[in-house]
Write a protein that binds this ligand. Structure first.
Ligand SMILES: [Zn+2]
Length: 219
């Protein structure tokens, strides 16, 4: 069961007040996918994760929250093009705009999370063209997580979580050699039993050159 509540919120860029739905509570019936995508019903709440200002196009989890450098960055062509890029579903564009803002602010893990979320939206799209975009977004997310790890930024506090998500992104974007190397490296880390099991499962999937979506319940 998911319950939604409506809030009126003031944009931290242009000051316009607009109505947005928020998730008050939701149920999770299945384990997450290997890349952390929540199970049903929580996954159905994605349209409420990022808000978009109807006037200026600011995209953030809460429109009244300030992301460093947002105003100047939003004037750039790259942001304005992304807002209404016809290649992606509208919701995906919202996540990708948020990703651009976070990347610009130096928050690379948050940017990676938003790009991965964009890939999930493309996964759900019926047309094959959009699935091709899911693949491209996973490749972009790989680069973002690698940059974040180089900076010492973790996607999640849990040891090995970023590395485990990275392995899944590499496998699902068909980069099997890199996926295998990343998997071996992560298995050498001091990680918990669940993460270890996931990585061992990934090893099997990589050997089979399986680029499909798998859930933690299969591990
Ligand atoms: Zn605004």
């Amino acid at each position: 069961m998911t319950s939604i509540c409506e809030t009126r919120i003031k944009c931290a860029v242009c000051g316009k007040r607009s109505h947005h739905d928020n998730v008050a509570s939701t149920s999770i019936f299945c384990k997450p996918d290997l890349d952390g995508r929540p199970g049903a019903m929580a996954r159905g709440t994605m349209p409420f994760w990022i808000q978009r200002c109807p006037r200026c196009g600011y995209c953030a989890p809460e429109l009244n929250a300030k992301i460093l450098g947002r105003k100047r960055f939003m004037e750039k062509e790259i942001y304005q093009n992304q807002l209404n890029d016809p290649n992606y579903p509208e919701l995906c564009n919202t996540f990708l705009c948020f990703a651009l803002l976070e990347e610009n602010a130096g928050n690379l893990s948050a940017a990676a999370w938003a790009i991965i979320s964009g890939a999930w939206i493309c996964d759900d799209a019926k047309r094959n063209k959009k699935r091709k975009h899911a693949l491209e977004l996973r490749s972009r997310a790989v680069i973002m997580i690698e940059r974040a790890l180089e900076k010492g930024e973790k996607y999640d506090k849990q040891a090995g979580y970023s590395e485990s998500v990275l392995v899944d992104l590499l496998r699902r974007s068909g980069q099997f050699n890199k996926a295998e190397k990343a998997c071996k490296k992560a298995l050498k880390m001091d990680i918990d039993g669940v993460t270890r099991k996931i990585l061992n499962f990934q090893k099997k999937l990589i050997r089979r050159q399986d680029i499909g979506c798998h859930c933690q319940g299969e591990v």
